[in-house]
Design a protein around this ligand. Structure first.
Ligand code: GCU
Length: 742
């Protein structure tokens, strides 16, 4: 029978690599999982080390009997891994997120050296190459040695488990037809066991298949009842079993409706959840099982029932956790942001491995073909063809699941790309990167009206928040924790009012590393998380979702605990709770009792010194409360925000502008109506697009974006453009416009 041995300990690592060969003598002792970007990939500057590094491990010939095979299994090495064994190159695996295996049997010696040249440098054919997250390099998941008998289940191709179990559920008759297939090297028969039902099939040319009919099935019913059936397959030679593999399946039936959204096991089951990247502060993507467990506990606490595991294949261990906890999963490959003609084969490889390796997870309901692939660069026939091929491949390999895509906001809904997958979803950032919050509502209402036969979802939305930043007047782009709450309150309402959205995923559950970012008072991080990258701090907005999605763990949360120093004499106090009403106390005196609306209660209190604010609630049995301190101060606490932005804005306070003439307070649309001012703003836009590189280039001539930009005033646009438009240039522009009479 097969043996799986731990093989992650006692490796050597060096960056001293030239032309794929380790040259220096300087090798560090490392245990896997490991990445060489855990520090420089999280500190900003977009300068983390991208290149080839070498891992090596020496080991003695394992004790095997004739016919047995020795396989080295890598669970994740990014972005590509060239494996040599005793100086013989055996494989070059170009998928940084999936399992791959190498058979070293024929090259074994008494003393053996395995060398792995791992590379995360830029290429024009391996995805991802352009995206808003750090492409960590390293063997960042565990490695195992697997010893199998001569007759064994297929183990090399696409990192397969060797078996494929396909259940088809009939809800009316509460039964399931379960197709069992196996690929083998040798062997006479395969005995499949699903739950307590067994069936045998003869092996012909390395393939065996049969069906099992199951009555009175126990459904896998999402977070309510994630029931799993154990599956074993034994490979039999004569009367003896020589290999065994096991997995789990869940029996569920789901469908999509243009009005009612997602339907699980015959009932509406709105998918409301979060997205997740696989990294963490200080360790990068070399995260442990305990860290996976903690992430799942946090996601359960917020009350999500779905997770988008972005933008690549995650660890099998985490998909298992999703199965066990009833989370519905969107799984995808990193076909992202910019289409690469030479990347076609790589997308196919990554999708083939994703489906082969994740096929049995009941939590996974769809395969994501790409993310914002039109965001940068032009839309070509090759891009369409690549998507068609991926979509066909998914349906060929998996008759039971659907395909989807996450589209960039500027992709025209009429674009044929949208109908190249079974479902569509949009990533929208109105009210953060651009536009106003209401435009999210308008977008989906227009879309639903114009394309009533399409299933649409909300695959990303979010706002960056540095928990140190607070404001009495929160506004988009200020990176305050306060604004993140305002933002999510709006979007939650937008979603609640649109049950046709098949799934919605907050971008993001956790802050994550994006070394190209230096903004919002932090370096190297995307701060759209509801929880910080070290998992130590749950931002206030976390509790908004918990109040709306988690109906079991009663709680009361006072927002603003990090907004101690307040200049305003009358200040707003916000409470999130999943109780019906909460009472606020100021220095022990009752202020008011308020019903919660969408898990929210808002109070105004007058402050003059140091105060203790308490919120209490009761579910009839138990009392719940939270307490914060507030200090009335004369000077705004400079630590609470981005100073630079305020300066620019203040310069143009309203009363110095003559309203009879054009100014930066006018909208782009209004300025375009006058030929003189139109010439000025068109010239400005061309400069802005040029300063934003190819992402902005992809927006040129884009009707959706133009419609949205025309509603924006130049002031709002400048805030968006940040330092691309220096203060003096704004003054000059305004002076010019103030000479053009309306
Ligand atoms: C995009 C993208 C994400 C990115 C996010 C953001 O939509 O898909 O990968 O992190 O925007 O800008 O925060």
């Amino acid at each position: 029978m097969r043996k799986i041995l731990e093989f992650s300990k006692g490796w050597k690592f060096t960056k001293d690599v030239t032309d794929g060969a380790a040259v220096g003598a300087k090798w560090d002792e490392v245990d896997l999982p490991h990445t060489w970007n855990n520090v420089d990939g999280q500190d900003g500057g977009n300068d983390y080390y991208r290149g080839t590094c070498m891992y090596a491990k020496k080991f003695a010939r394992p004790e095997i009997t004739p016919g047995q095979r020795v396989i080295i299994e890598f669970l994740g090495a990014a972005l590509s891994a060239k494996v040599s064994f005793n100086n013989k190159e055996l494989t070059n695996h170009e998928d940084g997120f999936s399992t791959f295996r190498v058979d070293v049997t024929d090259y074994l010696e008494d003393e053996n050296v395995i060398m792995v040249a791992v590379d995360n440098s830029a290429t024009d054919r391996i995805y991802p190459q352009k995206a808003d997250f750090t492409f960590y390099g390293g063997i960042y998941r565990d490695v195992n040695m697997i010893i199998v008998e001569e007759n064994h289940f297929e183990i090399i191709k696409d990192g397969t488990t060797g078996i494929k179990i396909t259940p088809v559920v009939n809800l009316e008759s509460k039964s399931a037809e379960i197709k069992c297939e196996a690929w083998t090297v040798g062997g006479d028969k395969v005995a499949f066991t699903v739950g307590d039902l067994t069936a045998e099939a003869d092996v012909n040319n390395g393939y065996a298949s049969c069906n099992i009919h199951m009555e009175n099935i126990h459904l896998w019913d999402g977070i309510n009842d994630p029931y799993l059936y154990d599956v074993q397959a034994k490979l039999i030679v004569g009367s003896e079993a020589t290999d065994e593999v096991s997995t789990r399946i869940g029996l569920r039936k789901y469908e999509f409706d243009t009005e009612r959204g997602f339907i699980l096991n015959g009932r509406e089951y709105p998918l409301r959840g979060v997205s997740r990247h696989q990294d963490r502060a200080g360790v990068g993507n070399a995260i442990t099982q305990a860290m996976h467990d903690e992430d799942m506990e946090i996601i359960k606490e917020i009350g999500a029932n779905t997770i988008r595991l972005a933008h690549y294949q995650h660890a099998q261990y985490f998909y298992d956790l999703c199965d066990e906890n009833g989370m519905i999963v969107w799984a995808e490959i990193p076909f992202i942001t910019q289409f690469m003609p030479n990347g076609y084969d790589n997308t196919i490889l990554q999708m083939r491995e994703l489906i082969t390796q994740c096929y049995h997870h009941p939590s996974i309901i769809c395969w994501g073909l790409s993310n914002e692939i039109t965001a940068s660069g032009s839309i070509t026939d090759e891009l369409y063809a690549n998507h068609k091929a991926l979509n066909d491949l998914c349906h060929e390999m998996d008759e039971t699941r659907v395909t989807t895509m996450a589209h960039a906001f500027m992709l025209e809904p009429e674009d044929k790309l949208i109908e190249m997958a079974d479902l569509g979803s949009y990533n929208l950032y109105y009210g953060w990167y651009l536009g106003e919050l209401e435009e999210n509502d308008e977008f989906f209402d227009d879309y639903h009206k114009n394309f009533p036969n399409r299933i649409i979802g909300f695959s990303e939305y979010g706002a960056d928040a540095n928990p140190a930043f607070q404001s009495p007047n929160p506004e988009k782009g200020d990176y305050t924790e306060t604004y993140q709450c305002v933002y999510h309150e709006h979007i939650l309402k937008c979603i609640n009012e649109r049950p046709f959205l098949w799934a919605t995923h907050v971008w993001n559950m956790f802050d994550f590393a994006a070394d190209g970012r230096d903004e919002g008072g932090k370096n190297g991080q995307n701060q759209k998380g509801l929880v910080t990258m070290d998992r130590k701090l749950k931002k206030d907005a976390f509790y908004l979702y918990k109040a709306n999605w988690n109906k079991t763990d009663k709680f009361v949360h006072l927002c603003g605990s990090r907004y101690k120093d307040r200049v305003e004499a009358e200040t707003e106090v916000k409470v999130y709770s999943n109780l019906d009403k909460v009472t606020l106390f100021l220095d022990g005196n009752e202020v008011a009792t308020t019903e919660t609306d969408m898990g929210t209660a808002v109070f105004k209190i007058n402050i003059s010194g140091n105060h203790v604010v308490e919120a209490r609630g009761n579910d009839g049995n138990t009392g719940y409360k939270d307490i914060i301190e507030i200090h009335k101060v004369d000077e705004a606490n400079p630590a609470y925000g981005l100073l630079k932005k305020e300066e620019v804005v203040n310069w143009f306070d309203k009363d110095t502008i003559d309203p009879n003439y054009y100014s930066i307070n006018d909208t782009l649309g209004a300025l375009k109506e006058n030929p003189q001012s139109a010439a000025i703003v068109n010239n400005l836009m061309a400069k802005l697009v040029a300063s934003r590189g190819d992402v902005a280039e992809a927006t040129v001539g884009n009707k959706t974006l133009e419609k949205m930009l025309n509603k924006m005033t130049l002031v709002a646009l400048f805030k968006q453009a940040g330092d691309a438009v220096p203060g003096d240039m704004i003054k000059q522009l305004n002076d010019t416009l103030q000479k053009i009479k309306k």
